[in-house]
Design a protein around this ligand. Sequence first.
Ligand code: PGA
Length: 255
Amino acid sequence: MLVIIKNNYEEMSNEAAKIVADRLRKKPDLVLGLATGSTPLGLYKELIRMYKEEGLDFSKVTTFNLDEYVGLPPTHNQSYHYFMYENFFNHININPRYIHIPHGMAKDVDTFCDWYEKRIIECGGIDLQILGIGANGHIAFNEPGSSLGSRVRIKTLTEKTRNDNARFFASMDEVPKYAITMGIGTVMDSKEIILIANGEKKANAIKDAVEGPITGMCPATIVQMHRKVYVLLDKEAASKLKGDYVDSWEAKVFS
Ligand code: PGA
């Protein structure tokens, strides 16, 4: 694990973009795992800038998103499909045929989940997974109590996560109750992971994830078992860490 602490959100986002761009330049047909939420917005913005100004080429990239709400059509402005096109895919030269996002309207959810898991393998596995973290330590929609070996499946969202997301919906009743999510085991199969977190709200979850004991009650703690994970933070998210950490990914000192 390489913990990198940057001064602010913009620097954190740009650092994450540098790692993604480096991997993409080395492997143009990169298989990229993507996340939604507010945290990766700065990363996507910087990657879009790199595409427009530096010619960073996404034409051969395959993507797999971590999760999607069950019951929201792709056109719903709170669906993760909508989010990804609006904030990233519409602004780069990605081939839409290579984009994968769990299908929230799938008729047979279990069959879909099996297909998604197999499709990742068919594409060669995820080279680099972008990961956010919930204030309760969730990764993707793997809430506290999830099996650390779990695969793609349907999950019930906790009241905490539903409340955290309620601000995006007209009323609490409209906040979805279920999501399709990559499992913790699925995420852990990625060859590399970049976990990004900013702001004081994430400080406790980051403290547990980086320095706490590994437990399904804080799913992000599993990254301690991964061979190549960058934990990329701003100062606030890192404020409760006790260890000595670096300020650049170029340090390349994995512990
Ligand atoms: P956020 O969500 O980026 O909106 O804070 C992260 C998460 O819940 O995984």
